[in-house]
Write a new protein. Structure first.
Length: 116
């Protein structure tokens, strides 16, 4: 059964209604999508921003309360929030492994050594 994945931010889909291929395609699309703006966007995390699957759940919860962005980005962010909210963040682990691991959300600190 093919179910459309479009929905408003107020009504979340029931994942039991999505068939395996649709869910696989959704995960692939989520894995390729990065947030282009804001705290985790391109300016803070060049060159492409943070993958939406690695955004903190609290950040996504703020969008759920205030409203997800319009368009496909908002739909995908809502899907990621729903997946994380039910404790299934590990579903993204194979995608993370293929991309070299979870995206580091804090800038790495450069170690400096002083020699006298």
């Amino acid at each position: 059964m093919n179910t459309p994945l479009t929905h408003s931010a107020k009504t979340m889909p029931d994942f039991t209604e999505i068939d395996r291929d649709d869910f696989r395609n959704l995960l692939v699309e989520i894995g390729k999508t990065r947030i282009p703006f804001g705290k985790f966007g391109i300016k803070a995390y060049p060159p492409a921003g943070v993958p939406i699957m690695d955004l903190p759940e609290e950040y996504l919860a703020w969008f759920k309360e205030k409203g997800f962005p319009k368009g496909r980005l908002g739909e995908l962010m809502a899907e990621v929030f729903e997946i994380k909210a039910v404790g299934m963040d590990s579903v993204f682990d194979p995608i993370r492994q293929a991309q070299g691991g979870r995206f580091r959300l804090t800038p790495s600190h450069r170690k400096s050594f002083k020699f006298d």
